[in-house]
Design a protein around this ligand. Sequence first.
Ligand code: VAH
Length: 317
Amino acid sequence: MKNILVIGATGQIGSELTMKLRGIYGNDHVVAGYIVGAEPKGELKESGPAEICDVTDASAIERVVTKYSIDAIYNLAALLSVVAEHKPLLAWKIGIDGLLNVLEVARQHQCAVFTPSSIGSFGPETPRDHTPQDTVQRPRTIYGVSKVTTELLSDYYHNKYGVDTRSVRFPGLISNVTPPGGGTTDYAVDIYYSAVRGEKFVCPIGAGTYMDMMYMPDALHACVQLMEADPERLIHRNGFNIASMSFDPEGIFAAIKKYKPDFEMEYKVDPLKQSIADSWPNSLEDICARQEWDWKPTYDLDSMTKDMLEKLAARLK
Ligand code: VAH
C-alpha cells in the first residue's frame, strides 16, 4: 500500500485531504506534515502519524520521506492570494523555494508529487470565459506568478528527471471543516457562516464578479483521481483545469436565500480582493481533465449550499 506525505496537512485543503487519503490508503500510511504553531488536532491528530515538516526545510522533508518510505507527496504549503500580496517574499519562499525542496527530495527518492495550481495562475490577458487548458498566463499577483512557476517547475522535473508530477488548477474552494485564510474567494465560505449565524453578510466582492468555485469533496476527489490516473493517458500534467460552478455574489446569495429567506447581504468592496478577482477568469473549460482522467464534479451551487448550511448548522449550534 502506498505511503503518503501531506505537507500542509492542517490547512483548508490538507485537513480534509489527509483524512480522505487515510480512508483510502490506511491511517498508518498517510503522514500529516505540519509546522510548529499549526499542529494537528482532534481526529486528524488521533487517526494517524504526524511529523513536523516545514516545506522550506529540505532536510525535514527528506527525514520524513526516508522514515516512512514515502511514495507520494501532496504539497499543499502556500500563502493564498491576498495574504501573499502583503508578504510576497514569504509567498515565494514557501511556494517556490519550498516546491524546489519537495521536487529535489522526490527526484532522489522516487516520489510522485502533487502541488496544486489555481485559477489565480491566469491574468487579465487570459480569455475570461471558458478559459482553455493551454492559453496565456500573465498573472499580476505574486500568488499567480508562483502558481505559473509551480506548473513550469513541476513539468520540468517530470520532463528532465522523470519525476511523476501532477496537479490541477483549483478554483475557489468551499469547505465546512477548516475555514480558509487570506484568499480572494474566501467570501464564498464566509457567507455561509453569516447565514447560519443569522447575521447580515458584508460582501467584499462586487456584484457581477464571477469566479469558478468548487465544493471541497469534489476537489479532494480530483486530487486522488488524478494521482491514481493511468500515466499513459496523461497528455498534460501540471496543472489541469477543473471546474464545477461559476457564480457571483448575487448568485450565492440567492442560493442561500432559498433556504434562509430572511438572510441579508450588503456590499463593502475590498479594493485589493476586487482587483485580484477582476484579473481572474469568469469560468474555466475543463475538457482535458475529463478526457485524460475522467474528471467529473458531483456538486452544483444548490446541492453545495444545502450541504454547507446543514453541516455548519450542526457544527456551530
Ligand atoms: C485564493 N482560495 O482565493 C484561493 C484560491 C482560486 C482561489 O487560489 O487565493
